[in-house]
Design a protein around this ligand. Structure first.
Ligand code: C2E
Ligand code: MG
Ligand code: MG
Ligand code: MG
Length: 271
Protein backbone atom coordinates (compact mmCIF):
# COMPACT_ATOMS: atom_id res chain seq x y z
CA UNK A 1 0.00 0.00 0.00
CA UNK A 2 2.70 2.40 1.05
CA UNK A 3 4.70 1.35 -1.95
CA UNK A 4 1.75 2.05 -4.25
CA UNK A 5 1.30 5.51 -2.69
CA UNK A 6 4.99 6.17 -3.13
CA UNK A 7 4.71 5.15 -6.75
CA UNK A 8 1.78 7.53 -7.13
CA UNK A 9 3.76 10.38 -5.69
CA UNK A 10 6.55 9.81 -8.12
CA UNK A 11 4.08 9.52 -11.00
CA UNK A 12 2.58 12.86 -9.91
CA UNK A 13 5.96 14.56 -9.91
CA UNK A 14 6.74 12.99 -13.27
CA UNK A 15 3.66 14.56 -14.83
CA UNK A 16 4.53 17.98 -13.40
CA UNK A 17 8.09 17.70 -14.54
CA UNK A 18 7.03 16.54 -18.00
CA UNK A 19 4.66 19.48 -18.36
CA UNK A 20 7.33 21.90 -17.24
CA UNK A 21 9.84 20.46 -19.69
CA UNK A 22 7.28 20.54 -22.51
CA UNK A 23 6.35 24.17 -21.83
CA UNK A 24 10.02 24.98 -21.73
CA UNK A 25 10.64 23.25 -25.08
CA UNK A 26 7.68 24.95 -26.74
CA UNK A 27 8.79 28.37 -25.50
CA UNK A 28 12.32 27.62 -26.68
CA UNK A 29 10.99 26.70 -30.14
CA UNK A 30 8.96 29.92 -30.19
CA UNK A 31 12.01 31.95 -29.20
CA UNK A 32 13.84 30.49 -32.16
CA UNK A 33 11.30 32.17 -34.45
CA UNK A 34 11.01 35.34 -32.42
CA UNK A 35 14.00 37.10 -34.00
CA UNK A 36 12.96 36.33 -37.56
CA UNK A 37 9.32 37.19 -36.89
CA UNK A 38 10.29 40.48 -35.33
CA UNK A 39 8.72 39.74 -31.93
CA UNK A 40 11.72 41.03 -29.98
CA UNK A 41 11.98 44.73 -29.27
CA UNK A 42 13.85 47.03 -26.97
CA UNK A 43 12.47 49.26 -24.21
CA UNK A 44 14.64 52.16 -23.05
CA UNK A 45 14.99 53.34 -19.46
CA UNK A 46 16.67 56.66 -18.61
CA UNK A 47 19.87 56.79 -16.57
CA UNK A 48 19.85 60.14 -14.82
CA UNK A 49 22.79 62.27 -13.64
CA UNK A 50 21.85 62.97 -10.01
CA UNK A 51 23.62 66.33 -9.99
CA UNK A 52 22.03 67.83 -13.10
CA UNK A 53 18.78 65.78 -13.12
CA UNK A 54 19.36 65.10 -16.81
CA UNK A 55 19.22 61.77 -18.58
CA UNK A 56 22.76 60.95 -19.69
CA UNK A 57 22.03 57.49 -21.03
CA UNK A 58 19.30 54.96 -21.64
CA UNK A 59 19.53 51.29 -20.80
CA UNK A 60 18.17 49.08 -23.56
CA UNK A 61 16.02 46.30 -22.06
CA UNK A 62 14.94 43.46 -24.28
CA UNK A 63 11.25 42.56 -24.57
CA UNK A 64 9.49 39.69 -26.31
CA UNK A 65 5.90 39.98 -27.46
CA UNK A 66 4.83 36.35 -27.69
CA UNK A 67 1.87 35.78 -30.05
CA UNK A 68 -0.05 33.87 -27.33
CA UNK A 69 1.47 34.88 -23.99
CA UNK A 70 1.88 38.60 -24.61
CA UNK A 71 4.95 40.42 -23.34
CA UNK A 72 7.43 37.99 -21.79
CA UNK A 73 10.03 39.51 -19.46
CA UNK A 74 13.76 39.04 -20.06
CA UNK A 75 13.98 37.42 -16.63
CA UNK A 76 12.09 34.53 -18.22
CA UNK A 77 13.42 34.28 -21.74
CA UNK A 78 17.07 35.30 -21.35
CA UNK A 79 17.81 32.15 -19.27
CA UNK A 80 16.01 30.13 -21.96
CA UNK A 81 18.10 31.79 -24.66
CA UNK A 82 21.24 31.10 -22.64
CA UNK A 83 20.49 27.39 -22.38
CA UNK A 84 19.79 27.00 -26.06
CA UNK A 85 22.59 28.97 -27.69
CA UNK A 86 20.04 31.46 -28.99
CA UNK A 87 21.57 34.11 -26.78
CA UNK A 88 24.33 34.93 -29.25
CA UNK A 89 21.98 35.71 -32.13
CA UNK A 90 19.49 37.46 -29.85
CA UNK A 91 22.29 39.46 -28.24
CA UNK A 92 23.65 40.53 -31.62
CA UNK A 93 20.15 41.46 -32.80
CA UNK A 94 19.60 43.53 -29.64
CA UNK A 95 22.92 45.38 -30.11
CA UNK A 96 22.19 46.19 -33.75
CA UNK A 97 18.65 47.38 -32.99
CA UNK A 98 19.57 49.53 -30.01
CA UNK A 99 22.74 51.10 -31.43
CA UNK A 100 20.82 52.04 -34.59
CA UNK A 101 18.07 53.61 -32.53
CA UNK A 102 20.38 55.65 -30.31
CA UNK A 103 22.57 56.70 -33.23
CA UNK A 104 19.40 58.08 -34.86
CA UNK A 105 18.58 60.11 -31.71
CA UNK A 106 22.03 61.50 -31.14
CA UNK A 107 21.90 64.44 -33.48
CA UNK A 108 19.31 65.85 -31.05
CA UNK A 109 20.00 64.14 -27.75
CA UNK A 110 23.42 63.55 -26.26
CA UNK A 111 22.55 60.09 -24.98
CA UNK A 112 24.65 57.03 -24.37
CA UNK A 113 23.35 53.52 -24.76
CA UNK A 114 23.75 50.96 -21.99
CA UNK A 115 23.35 47.37 -23.17
CA UNK A 116 23.47 44.16 -21.13
CA UNK A 117 25.71 41.24 -21.97
CA UNK A 118 24.91 37.78 -20.65
CA UNK A 119 27.50 35.33 -19.28
CA UNK A 120 27.25 33.22 -22.43
CA UNK A 121 27.94 36.21 -24.66
CA UNK A 122 31.17 36.75 -22.73
CA UNK A 123 32.21 33.25 -23.79
CA UNK A 124 31.57 33.97 -27.48
CA UNK A 125 34.93 34.33 -29.27
CA UNK A 126 33.20 36.62 -31.81
CA UNK A 127 31.90 39.07 -29.19
CA UNK A 128 34.40 41.81 -29.98
CA UNK A 129 33.57 41.53 -33.68
CA UNK A 130 29.82 41.62 -33.02
CA UNK A 131 30.11 44.79 -30.94
CA UNK A 132 32.41 46.36 -33.53
CA UNK A 133 29.94 45.38 -36.27
CA UNK A 134 27.00 47.01 -34.47
CA UNK A 135 29.01 50.21 -33.97
CA UNK A 136 30.15 50.32 -37.59
CA UNK A 137 26.70 49.58 -39.00
CA UNK A 138 24.88 52.08 -36.78
CA UNK A 139 27.52 54.81 -36.81
CA UNK A 140 27.25 55.09 -33.02
CA UNK A 141 30.61 56.26 -31.62
CA UNK A 142 32.21 53.63 -29.36
CA UNK A 143 32.34 56.04 -26.42
CA UNK A 144 28.53 56.32 -26.58
CA UNK A 145 28.11 52.61 -25.89
CA UNK A 146 28.37 51.19 -22.39
CA UNK A 147 28.26 47.43 -21.97
CA UNK A 148 26.88 46.10 -18.69
CA UNK A 149 28.14 42.81 -17.29
CA UNK A 150 26.79 41.43 -14.03
CA UNK A 151 29.09 40.95 -11.09
CA UNK A 152 28.09 37.27 -10.91
CA UNK A 153 28.92 36.75 -14.61
CA UNK A 154 32.39 38.16 -13.99
CA UNK A 155 32.84 35.97 -10.93
CA UNK A 156 32.04 32.76 -12.83
CA UNK A 157 35.51 33.02 -14.34
CA UNK A 158 37.28 36.25 -13.35
CA UNK A 159 40.39 35.61 -15.47
CA UNK A 160 38.38 34.92 -18.63
CA UNK A 161 36.10 37.88 -17.92
CA UNK A 162 39.15 40.13 -17.57
CA UNK A 163 40.40 39.08 -21.01
CA UNK A 164 37.00 39.72 -22.60
CA UNK A 165 36.63 43.10 -20.90
CA UNK A 166 40.07 44.14 -22.14
CA UNK A 167 39.18 43.09 -25.69
CA UNK A 168 36.00 45.20 -25.51
CA UNK A 169 37.88 48.10 -24.00
CA UNK A 170 40.16 48.08 -27.08
CA UNK A 171 37.11 49.15 -29.08
CA UNK A 172 36.74 52.26 -26.93
CA UNK A 173 33.41 51.32 -25.36
CA UNK A 174 32.58 52.00 -21.72
CA UNK A 175 32.16 49.06 -19.33
CA UNK A 176 29.87 48.71 -16.33
CA UNK A 177 29.56 46.11 -13.61
CA UNK A 178 25.83 45.42 -13.15
CA UNK A 179 23.89 44.21 -10.08
CA UNK A 180 26.87 44.99 -7.88
CA UNK A 181 26.65 43.61 -4.35
CA UNK A 182 25.11 40.29 -5.32
CA UNK A 183 28.12 38.51 -6.78
CA UNK A 184 30.80 38.27 -4.07
CA UNK A 185 33.65 40.03 -5.84
CA UNK A 186 36.54 41.53 -3.96
CA UNK A 187 38.13 44.92 -4.19
CA UNK A 188 41.36 43.33 -5.38
CA UNK A 189 39.57 41.62 -8.28
CA UNK A 190 37.67 44.73 -9.34
CA UNK A 191 40.82 46.79 -9.36
CA UNK A 192 42.28 44.66 -12.14
CA UNK A 193 39.27 45.03 -14.44
CA UNK A 194 38.90 47.85 -16.98
CA UNK A 195 35.61 49.20 -15.59
CA UNK A 196 34.06 52.68 -15.79
CA UNK A 197 30.75 52.33 -13.98
CA UNK A 198 29.56 50.38 -10.96
CA UNK A 199 25.81 49.81 -10.73
CA UNK A 200 24.58 49.12 -7.21
CA UNK A 201 21.96 46.39 -7.20
CA UNK A 202 18.35 47.33 -6.57
CA UNK A 203 18.22 45.18 -3.42
CA UNK A 204 20.44 47.74 -1.65
CA UNK A 205 18.27 50.66 -2.71
CA UNK A 206 14.88 49.25 -1.69
CA UNK A 207 15.26 49.71 2.10
CA UNK A 208 17.85 52.46 1.97
CA UNK A 209 15.66 55.20 3.40
CA UNK A 210 14.74 53.20 6.55
CA UNK A 211 18.01 51.47 7.37
CA UNK A 212 21.05 53.17 8.86
CA UNK A 213 22.97 49.96 8.29
CA UNK A 214 22.21 49.95 4.57
CA UNK A 215 23.10 53.61 4.30
CA UNK A 216 26.52 52.81 5.75
CA UNK A 217 26.99 49.84 3.42
CA UNK A 218 25.95 51.76 0.31
CA UNK A 219 28.03 54.74 1.44
CA UNK A 220 31.12 52.56 1.67
CA UNK A 221 30.44 50.96 -1.72
CA UNK A 222 30.29 54.46 -3.22
CA UNK A 223 33.48 55.56 -1.44
CA UNK A 224 35.27 52.40 -2.55
CA UNK A 225 34.09 52.76 -6.14
CA UNK A 226 35.13 56.42 -6.26
CA UNK A 227 38.55 55.45 -4.91
CA UNK A 228 38.85 53.09 -7.87
CA UNK A 229 37.89 55.91 -10.23
CA UNK A 230 34.47 54.49 -11.03
CA UNK A 231 31.23 56.33 -11.65
CA UNK A 232 28.49 54.96 -9.41
CA UNK A 233 24.92 54.34 -10.55
CA UNK A 234 22.07 53.08 -8.37
CA UNK A 235 19.33 50.85 -9.74
CA UNK A 236 15.70 50.56 -8.72
CA UNK A 237 15.05 54.05 -7.30
CA UNK A 238 11.30 54.06 -6.63
CA UNK A 239 10.86 56.90 -4.11
CA UNK A 240 11.95 60.48 -3.48
CA UNK A 241 13.41 59.33 -0.12
CA UNK A 242 15.66 56.76 -1.80
CA UNK A 243 16.73 59.37 -4.32
CA UNK A 244 17.55 61.90 -1.58
CA UNK A 245 19.52 59.29 0.42
CA UNK A 246 21.58 58.34 -2.64
CA UNK A 247 22.28 62.00 -3.44
CA UNK A 248 23.46 62.51 0.16
CA UNK A 249 25.80 59.54 -0.19
CA UNK A 250 27.37 61.03 -3.33
CA UNK A 251 25.93 58.59 -5.85
CA UNK A 252 26.54 59.89 -9.38
CA UNK A 253 23.73 58.37 -11.44
CA UNK A 254 20.35 56.81 -10.83
CA UNK A 255 17.83 54.65 -12.54
CA UNK A 256 14.37 53.54 -11.45
CA UNK A 257 10.62 53.97 -11.78
CA UNK A 258 10.80 57.22 -9.79
CA UNK A 259 13.07 58.71 -12.47
CA UNK A 260 11.40 56.95 -15.40
CA UNK A 261 10.52 53.37 -16.27
CA UNK A 262 11.46 51.50 -19.44
CA UNK A 263 9.43 52.75 -22.41
CA UNK A 264 8.98 51.44 -25.92
CA UNK A 265 8.88 54.78 -27.70
CA UNK A 266 10.20 58.20 -27.03
CA UNK A 267 13.43 59.24 -25.43
CA UNK A 268 13.96 61.12 -22.19
CA UNK A 269 14.55 64.81 -22.70
CA UNK A 270 15.56 65.57 -19.13
CA UNK A 271 13.25 66.46 -16.27
P1 C2E B 1 19.21 44.74 -15.23
O1 C2E B 1 20.20 44.91 -16.31
O2 C2E B 1 19.67 44.87 -13.84
O3 C2E B 1 18.05 45.78 -15.56
C1 C2E B 1 17.30 46.43 -14.60
C2 C2E B 1 15.96 45.78 -14.39
O4 C2E B 1 15.28 46.45 -13.33
C3 C2E B 1 15.03 45.89 -15.59
O5 C2E B 1 14.19 44.74 -15.57
C4 C2E B 1 14.21 47.12 -15.27
O6 C2E B 1 12.97 47.15 -15.93
C5 C2E B 1 14.04 46.94 -13.79
N1 C2E B 1 13.79 48.20 -13.09
C6 C2E B 1 14.18 49.43 -13.45
N2 C2E B 1 13.81 50.36 -12.53
C7 C2E B 1 13.18 49.67 -11.56
C8 C2E B 1 12.56 50.07 -10.32
O7 C2E B 1 12.52 51.22 -9.93
N3 C2E B 1 12.01 49.07 -9.57
C9 C2E B 1 12.03 47.76 -9.97
N4 C2E B 1 11.45 46.87 -9.16
N5 C2E B 1 12.60 47.36 -11.12
C10 C2E B 1 13.18 48.30 -11.90
P2 C2E B 1 13.90 43.90 -16.88
O8 C2E B 1 13.72 44.82 -18.03
O9 C2E B 1 12.82 42.94 -16.54
O10 C2E B 1 15.24 43.12 -17.09
C11 C2E B 1 15.69 42.17 -16.17
C12 C2E B 1 17.08 41.71 -16.48
O11 C2E B 1 17.13 41.02 -17.73
C13 C2E B 1 18.08 42.86 -16.63
O12 C2E B 1 18.49 43.28 -15.36
C14 C2E B 1 19.17 42.19 -17.43
O13 C2E B 1 20.00 41.44 -16.58
C15 C2E B 1 18.38 41.21 -18.30
N6 C2E B 1 18.27 41.79 -19.64
C16 C2E B 1 17.42 42.71 -20.13
N7 C2E B 1 17.69 42.99 -21.43
C17 C2E B 1 18.75 42.21 -21.77
C18 C2E B 1 19.52 42.04 -22.97
O14 C2E B 1 19.31 42.68 -24.00
N8 C2E B 1 20.55 41.14 -22.93
C19 C2E B 1 20.84 40.44 -21.79
N9 C2E B 1 21.84 39.57 -21.82
N10 C2E B 1 20.15 40.58 -20.64
C20 C2E B 1 19.12 41.47 -20.63
MG1 MG C 1 21.63 46.21 -16.72
MG1 MG D 1 21.15 45.67 -12.92
MG1 MG E 1 19.22 44.12 -11.36
Amino acid sequence: QAKARGGGRYAFFDVELRERVQRHMVLEQDLRHAVRQDQLWVAYQPVVDLRTDRAVAVEGLLRWTHPLHGVVSPGEFIPLAEESDLINSIGAHMLHTATRRIAAERPWLDLKLNANLSPRQLEDPDLQGIVQGALAESGLPARALCLEITESAIMQDPAAAARVLHSLRELGVCLAIDDFGTGHSSLAQLRRLPLDILKIDRSFVTDLADSDELRIIVGSIITMAHALGLTVAAEGIETEEQLAALRDLGCDQGQGYHLGGPVADGMPTGR
